[in-house]
Design a protein around this ligand. Structure first.
Ligand code: GDP
Ligand code: ZN
Length: 461
């Protein structure tokens, strides 16, 4: 395939320390040579591939010095797009990056459309569609953990799995054909029907498993919902504020979030948390007493993580004990706050309730113990106590919807087989399932879909 040379700023807009202008296409190196001068004096076209060069950019029209840069040159096919690539690293700042971009555009490159680099990687056979979408997720990943999921997907884990399912379906279809073509079988149905039921059920189970992980993938996007509970005045709001101040608050694009309860998104060591302070709604009420143990349990069960706070400068009260009862067996940490004051709490009782390694002592006032709390949260999460660490999550909405379709179609096939429907009718559903699964990895995908997908990418990727 042949494409013209495209260029774009491939680092986020703003005042970054460095910014990269990326070129991809047959003329990428040539265009760079027209504007780049280095102490080495040798043109880039005569340099080996995958090397970095220090030098200056000049505007050939005015002879003016534009930028001090580092230029990376990569020859096809071992590049992201499988085309010749040049990456010009320049100082951040919108004006200087834009000048560099303008310069390469003047010298013959075309401004890339959104997602066009990734689209080329796809069109040149470097990546499949689910990998391309993973790149898109990577660009948008809000946290390190979400980024890991995207990376794993990029490495083709999902593609591999889908490939296996499709292979099984294809083999089944082939087997059915063979059986039909060889009339020595008295009854074709007798041999092919059990095969279709067996393989179909297997594919269905595998899809269910994939869909099951999709809810976990969702957690990563929206954050682990984390509820801070405790009696009034133990320090819940103080904790919330301190976590928000310490950690970069995650900017959320979830629309229509009602603000009657205090809710904040924070990134704690790569773990996205959606923090809810129950104090905001019922500052002076004993919730457990008011709504009962069972109902409070139900409310709190919806949380992924519970931070139960008690006051170390007071003896445990009935209300504390009721809260202990409610959170028993849930994913929780007990925070014993106000350790700067004289201790009156029965710590042994707290250890008994929560287990020693789930108890963190803090003085939010004196900013103590917060690091330990954050570490405890991260440990729970990355050790998998808060959710499975299996990274083959399906978290992309399009994948989930296609998997559901495939599941329905193969289910139809299995049911039809069980009901004694003629084989050729069942074949249609099996073939359709194979096609739907193919759409996930872009195998049977139509042109329009590809276009729509890639137009969603950020510029420069
Ligand atoms: P909430 O009702 O549980 O949300 O508690 P707040 O966060 O509103 O705090 C209640 C009071 O306790 C406030 O006056 C805080 O300044 C104070 N407080 C919070 N954390 C500590 C702490 O670690 N030590 C001390 N001595 N006071 C604290
Ligand atoms: Zn409060």
């Amino acid at each position: 395939m042949h494409f013209d040379t495209i260029a774009a700023i491939s680092t986020p807009m703003g005042e970054g320390a460095i910014a990269i202008v990326r070129l991809s296409g047959d003329d990428a190196w040539k265009i760079a040579d027209r504007i780049f001068q280095s102490p080495a004096a040798k043109p880039l076209c005569e340099q080996p591939s995958h090397t970095i060069h220090y030098g200056h950019l000049h505007d050939p029209a005015t002879e003016e010095l534009v930028e001090e840069v580092m230029v990376s040159i990569m020859k096809a096919p071992k590049t992201f797009t499988r085309e010749d690539i040049v990456e010009i690293n320049c100082h951040g700042g919108i004006t200087s990056v834009n000048r560099v971009l303008q310069l390469v555009l003047t010298e013959g490159a075309r401004l890339a459309e959104p997602g066009e680099f990734t689209k080329r990687a796809f069109l040149n056979g470097r990546i499949d569609l689910s990998q391309a979408e993973a790149v898109m997720d990577l660009i948008r990943a809000k946290t390190d953990k979400a980024m890991n999921v995207a990376l794993n997907q990029m490495e083709g884990k999902l593609s591999h799995l889908i490939g296996e399912l499709r292979q099984a379906l294809l083999e089944t279809l082939a087997q059915v054909e063979v059986n039909i073509d060889y009339p020595e079988y008295d009854d074709v149905e007798e041999v092919t029907i059990p095969l279709m039921i067996e393989k179909g059920t297997w594919v269905m189970d595998e899809i269910d498993e994939l869909l099951r992980t999709s809810s976990q993938g969702k957690i990563l996007r929206e954050g682990l919902s984390t509820v801070i509970v405790g009696r009034p005045n133990v320090g819940k709001s103080s904790l919330l504020n301190s976590l928000v101040q310490e950690n970069k608050a995650i900017v959320t694009d979830v629309a229509g979030t009602t603000r009657d309860i205090i809710e904040e998104y924070v990134n704690v060591r790569g773990v996205p948390l959606r923090l809810v302070d129950t104090a905001g709604i019922r500052e002076t009420e004993d919730i457990v007493e008011r709504i009962g143990v069972e109902r409070s349990r139900k409310v709190l069960k919806e949380a992924d993580l519970i931070l139960l706070m008690v006051n170390s400068s007071e003896a445990l009260t009935d209300e504390d004990e009721r809260l202990f009862e409610v959170v028993a067996g849930m994913d929780m940490l007990v925070i014993v706050n106000k350790t700067d004051l004289p201790t009156k709490i029965d710590l042994e009782r707290v250890y008994e309730v929560a287990g020693r390694d789930r108890v963190i002592t803090t003085s939010i006032l004196q900013e103590q113990g917060i690091t330990e709390l954050e570490e405890a949260i991260a440990t729970l999460f990355f050790e998998g106590s808060l959710e499975s660490n299996d990274l083959t999550y399906v978290s992309n909405a399009r994948h989930i919807s296609l998997l559901k379709q495939a599941r329905n179609t193969i289910n139809d096939a299995v049911q039809a087989a069980q009901a004694g429907v003629p084989v050729d009718m069942i074949q249609i559903d099996v073939t359709r399932t194979w096609e739907i699964l193919g759409e996930i990895i872009g195998d049977t995908v139509q042109d329009s879909l590809i276009k729509e997908l890639f137009s969603k990418f950020c510029l420069g990727k």
